[in-house]
Design a binder for this molecule. Structure first.
Ligand code: SF4
Length: 343
């Protein structure tokens, strides 16, 4: 079995089924995988064997503490997973190996694409530019409607791409309009060590770091990372604790805090809400969301994107275009920029 990089022409929110042959073709040319990826199955087996032998070389995670016996507690996101040896936390990527928390997805790339920046979606940040976009696997939330579940809700095949290699690749395509690196497709914050290492390097090249994220992080690591991030689109799944608890298996407050912190920083911030009829699209909820966002700044762009059934959900039906427009008009009473997506 090969460990080929998955060249996925997906985007972070619901466009995964719109595969573009052109972009795939570009990527096939762009992507220069590590030698072992293209090697024979014997080579690959050797790499896997080496990884087992060299487990001590794996990146030790930040933000955790020892618990009883050889258990650990992860302090990265509000789940505060208590993890036994050999197990991972809920995000699938932070693993207890011999009583130490390991950033198991460090440098593990499942997906790579050059995307228009508008597709992140970031509509008000270097419009017309492109960005080298990469994903890994795993997520800190478990939304039953996950639009990118094929890499966010399970472990998938990956290729190891060291930060130097990724940054070099981004710089190589600056002449073609690439402004930097976007960490997207799955949740990047669970791979904070890798994002931070790449972000520091890419800034030295004069390029940008962009995150497409659920914002579900504890405030200490979020504030540590924030100075290295140039732009973010943060998902606000709903302006409702009940929705976060029942449908995403998380909570609203940490996301609110992340958006607030980012909006007060130098980072460019845009926010996205996926509209799910009957679940988060009540006028009162959209209005409350817009009022709150405007209290941070009426200039923060809000993207209302159209839900399509995915992952564990066959319902509800996607919202009608007229309903989307109505909600956008409502939000425009408070916000300067309200965009529709997936329509
Ligand atoms: S980052 Fe992962 S392991 Fe850590 S608390 Fe969150 S879900 Fe659990």
């Amino acid at each position: 079995m090969t460990r080929e990089l998955l060249l996925m022409s997906c985007t972070a929110r619901g466009l995964g089924h719109h595969v573009t042959a052109v972009r795939h073709m570009i990527l096939t040319v762009l992507w220069k995988p590590p030698a072992f990826v293209m090697g024979s199955s014997d080579d690959i087996a050797q790499v896997e064997k080496d990884e087992d032998v060299c487990m001590s070389d794996k990146m030790i995670a930040r933000y955790w503490e020892k618990a009883e016996a050889r258990n650990v507690r992860c302090l990265l996101c509000p789940h505060a997973c208590h993890i036994r040896p050999g197990r991972t936390g809920r995000c699938l990527v932070r693993k207890n190996i011999d009583g130490q928390l390991i950033a198991n997805a460090y440098g593990e790339i499942s997906s790579m694409s050059i995307d228009p920046i508008e597709k992140k979606p970031l509509k008000h940040y270097y419009p017309g530019s492109s960005i080298l976009s990469v994903g890994s696997y795993g997520c800190s939330l478990s939304c039953d409607f996950c639009q990118n579940w094929t890499i966010a809700q399970r472990e998938v095949a990956t290729s190891l791409v060291e930060p130097e290699q990724l940054v070099r690749q981004a710089a190589d395509y600056e002449h073609a309009g690439n402004i930097g690196l976007a960490f997207t497709y799955n949740e990047p914050l669970i791979n904070i060590e890798y994002v931070m290492d790449c972000a520091q390097m890419i800034r030295k090249k004069g390029l940008k770091t962009v995150l497409i994220t659920n914002g579900y992080l504890n405030s200490t690591p979020f504030l540590d990372l924030l100075p290295y991030v140039d732009a973010m689109n943060i998902d606000l799944k709903a302006y409702s604790q009940t929705f976060y608890k029942d449908i995403c298996f998380g909570s609203l407050k940490p996301v609110i805090q992340s958006i607030e912190a980012a909006s007060k920083s130098q980072c460019h911030v845009e926010v996205t809400t996926l509209i799910m009829p009957g679940l988060n699209d009540q006028e009162s909820q959209i209005e409350a969301l817009a009022v709150w966002l405007a209290s941070l700044s009426p200039e923060i762009p809000l993207h209302l994107t159209r839900y399509f059934p995915a992952y564990k959900r066959a319902d509800p039906d996607p919202p009608s275009l007229s309903h989307m427009k109505h909600l956008a008009d409502l939000a425009r009473k408070y916000l300067t920029f309200v965009e529709l997506g997936n329509v």
